[in-house]
Design a protein around this ligand. Sequence first.
Ligand SMILES: C[S@@+](CC[C@H](N)C(=O)[O-])C[C@H]1O[C@@H](n2cnc3c(N)ncnc32)[C@H](O)[C@@H]1O
Length: 374
Amino acid sequence: MNIPLKLYREGEANFYSTDLDYLERLGISYTRAPVFYNPRMKLNRDVTISLFSTLSLKTAADLMAASGVRAIRLVLEGGAEHVIANDSNYLAAYIMRKNVELNGLFREIKVKCSDARLEAERMSWEGERVDYIDLDPFGSPAPYIDSFLRAVRGGGVIGVTATDTPPLFGIYPDKLHRFYGIWGKKTPFHKEFGIRSLISFITRVAARLDLLATPILSYGREHYIRVFFRIRKSPSLSSHAIKTSLGWVECCNDSWITHKGLEIPERECSGMLMGPIWLEKISDPELIGKMDRSLSDELKVLLDQLSLESHGPPFYYVLDRICSRLKVRTPKINEVIVKLRERGFFSSRTHLEPLGVKTNASIKEVEEIIEELS
Ligand SMILES: C[S@@+](CC[C@H](N)C(=O)[O-])C[C@H]1O[C@@H](n2cnc3c(N)ncnc32)[C@H](O)[C@@H]1O
């Protein structure tokens, strides 16, 4: 089958990839494109570039680079001086070379066609570690984490995308346990549970390599979740983080109880004990405050929201669920947030759920406010 290419522009990058309109006319999903490109992931790349330039990183690797759009943008917009762009699909690597030439970046970007894990292991074996490595697989990042962590320089950053949200959200508990070593099931706050599960998994793999992995920016969107970690060599700090930052959560109807520490705690309600998940902050508000928001309106909206909610405690109440249980009309979410703040509580929306409220108030206090407003 002959699939035509199309010239795209994203940010400052011009590049060829599969003509997605043509593919759609044939009834073929974009996920099966001979060379992969998903324009809906522009925000994912915008966040990457903004973070990379804010942290003044210089070298990078995108070992599942497809068309090479992220690598090209890292140089043109993020200020990267040297990038390794690899894909195991030889057609993708061929088009990527053309795209690198098209943007005049053959000095800055080295294109390779290899398995991502082999390339990451080569980088660490030959001492060619980078300041930033991007992990953007189809589905779960779990099989790649060990090799990718080894290819990051001390003090560097790894950005991980996971599109296997059904297991991470606890919809497929068996796979959540098999892939991530976490017991869980679907709850009202499943999206944040998924992010905290992925962080727990990566901090535990890092600990096995004597590395401390600290989450610095996390978010979820449509079909994926994304977490960036700062990586440091420190057996003692990684032991400490595992002992103090992981723990358990019990889901009690629309609410939850958390227990820090790896010891199995006494249950306080009849809900399932889920974990071990990450219970500390999942984003660094100071870093997010400094990040460049100019790449798109969508980026600005996301970062502004993350700045607010990253000060809050874990998880969120879902208003319409509580209201349907109480059999009352759902009040306006902003009114609930204002009332909670008036009573001295932390309160904000969450980017993960349209009717989610993050607060340190108890479920009883939230219910009282809902009843007052309904
Ligand atoms: C989700 S796409 C990556 C998209 C790209 N990062 C972007 O921002 O446009 C996943 C890519 O990984 C490649 N891939 C899958 N398994 C791989 C492996 N084991 N090693 C290297 N590349 C792989 C696929 O060919 C595909 O191009």
